[in-house]
Design a protein around this ligand. Structure first.
Ligand SMILES: Cc1ncc(COP(=O)(O)O)c(C=O)c1O
Length: 367
C-alpha cells in the first residue's frame, strides 16, 4: 500500500491548473504601468481605491467607505473578531465550521458555541430557543453557501429567520461567502447582507476565484464598524498590497473574471460529480454525506464513527491524507467526520480517493 502515490484530502486549495497565469502576467504589467506610483507607495488601509469602488458597486452597492480589503479574508476575520468580541463574549457558530475561524474567535477571547447543521443548514430552532432563554451572543458566524467543511447551504427560509433574530436580539452576523460564486447548478439564494445590511458583515475573497497567493479578500461592513476595522488594519500592516489588488482589479476590469469563473465551474463540477458517483458506489453502507451544488467540499459522516487518530493513521497506510475532523467542531466531537475537498483532485483521483477511504473504513470496522 505504501508505494501508492498519496492522495491529499487535507486543505481546500485550488488546483494549479486553475490559475489564469498568462492573464495575470498581463494584469501585473498593467498594474505597474498604469498605477505604478500608487501601488508602489504606502496608502490608506482600506485598499486600492479602484478595487474598493468596484466591490462597492458590483458586489453589494454600498458606499465605498464600508468596503475594506485585506491580505485574505482570514486576516479581516481576525480584525472583526478583535473589534467585536470582548473576553468571554459568546460567539455562535455552525457545527462543524471552518477550523481556522474557530481559532480566530478563541484567540480573541470569545466563548465559541456550536449549533448543529441540518440538511438545510444551521439549526435555527435551537439558536432561537437559546436566545429566548436569555443567552446573548455578540455575533453569529455563518458560511451560508457551500459551507466549509460540510458543503451545506443555508435555506432561504432559514436565512430570513436568522436575520430576523439578529434584528430582534441585536447580534451581528458574519457572513463568510468565499464559495458563493462557485455554484455549479441551481439558483442562487439571497445573501444575508442583502436581507439586513445594517446587521451583517459580508466577507469574501478572490482566493478561490482567481488565486489564493494574491491574498486579496474583503469585508463589506455596516457603516458604524467600518472606521474601527480600517484603523485596526492600519495599525497592523499600514495597508494591504495595492500591487496585488491592482492585479485583481485589472483582471476584473478587462472582463476576464466571468469567463474564468465559467471555466472553474466546469472544471470543478466534473470533479464533484466524480466524487459523488464514487461515494454512491463505495460508501453507501458506510457513511452519509452532503450533495452540494457548488463549492469545494463534501462533508461525510461515518455511520459507525471510529476514533479519529485511528482513522487518520489507517488512511495513511492506504495512501490517503485526511484532515482531522475534530478541528471543525467547536464543542468537541467530530470523530467520524471527514471533509472531502474535491477541487484540487482530478476526477480519477476523486474516484481513487473514495475507493481508498472505503477500504480504510471497512478495515477498521472489521477489527
Ligand atoms: C470559509 C472560509 N473562510 C475564509 C477562508 C480564508 O480565505 P482567504 O484566503 O481569503 O484568507 C477560507 C479558506 O479556505 C474559507 O474556507
Amino acid at each position: 500500500m505504501t508505494e501508492q502515490v498519496r492522495i491529499k484530502l487535507t486543505r481546500g486549495v485550488p488546483p494549479v491548473e486553475s490559475f489564469p497565469t498568462e492573464h495575470l502576467t498581463e494584469c501585473a504589467a498593467a498594474a505597474l504601468a498604469e498605477y505604478g506610483d500608487v501601488v508602489l507607495q504606502y496608502g490608506p488601509s482600506r485598499g486600492f481605491p479602484p478595487l474598493l469602488d468596484l466591490i462597492a458597486q458590483e458586489e453589494t452597492a454600498v458606499p465605498e467607505r464600508q468596503v475594506i480589503t485585506g491580505p485574505g479574508s482570514l486576516q479581516l476575520q481576525d480584525f472583526c473578531a478583535r473589534l467585536l468580541c470582548e473576553k468571554d463574549d459568546l460567539v455562535y457558530v455552525e457545527e462543524p465550521s471552518y477550523d481556522r475561524t474557530l481559532t480566530v474567535f478563541r484567540r480573541a477571547g470569545a466563548r465559541v458555541v456550536g449549533f448543529p447543521l441540518e440538511e438545510d443548514g444551521l439549526d435555527v430552532e435551537t439558536v432561537e430557543k437559546r436566545l429566548r432563554q436569555g443567552e446573548r451572543p455578540v455575533l453569529i458566524y455563518l458560511i451560508p453557501d457551500f459551507q466549509n467543511p460540510s458543503g451545506k447551504v443555508l435555506s432561504e427560509e432559514k436565512r430570513r429567520r436568522i436575520v430576523a433574530l439578529a434584528r430582534e436580539y441585536g447580534f451581528w452576523i458574519i457572513e463568510d461567502a468565499p464559495y458563493r460564486k462557485l455554484r455549479y447548478r441551481g439558483a442562487e439564494l439571497s445573501a444575508l447582507f442583502d436581507l439586513a445590511p445594517e446587521r451583517v458583515l459580508f466577507m469574501s475573497s478572490y482566493s478561490k476565484l482567481i488565486s489564493p497567493g494574491l491574498r486579496v479578500g474583503y469585508v463589506v461592513t455596516p457603516a458604524p464598524l467600518a472606521d474601527g476595522l480600517a484603523k485596526m488594519a492600519e495599525d497592523t500592516y499600514i495597508n494591504p498590497s495595492y500591487f496585488n489588488q491592482a492585479i485583481v482589479y485589472e483582471f476584473i476590469r478587462r472582463g476576464w473574471l466571468e469567463p474564468h469563473l465559467a471555466q472553474l465551474k466546469s472544471l470543478y463540477a466534473a470533479r464533484l460529480d466524480a466524487m459523488l458517483a464514487a461515494l454512491e458506489e463505495h460508501m453507501s453502507a458506510l457513511a452519509t454525506w452532503s450533495r452540494p451544488d457548488g463549492g469545494f467540499f463534501i462533508g461525510l459522516t461515518l455511520r459507525r464513527p471510529v476514533p479519529t487518530d485511528e482513522l487518520l493513521a489507517r488512511a495513511l497506510d492506504y495512501g490517503l491524507v485526511l484532515s482531522d475532523g475534530r478541528g471543525f467542531f467547536a464543542n468537541g466531537g467530530g470523530d467520524g467526520f471527514v471533509r472531502l475537498p474535491f477541487c484540487s483532485l482530478t476526477p480519477k483521483e476523486c474516484t481513487a480517493a473514495v475507493a481508498r477511504l472505503a477500504q480504510v473504513v471497512e478495515s477498521l470496522e472489521e477489527e
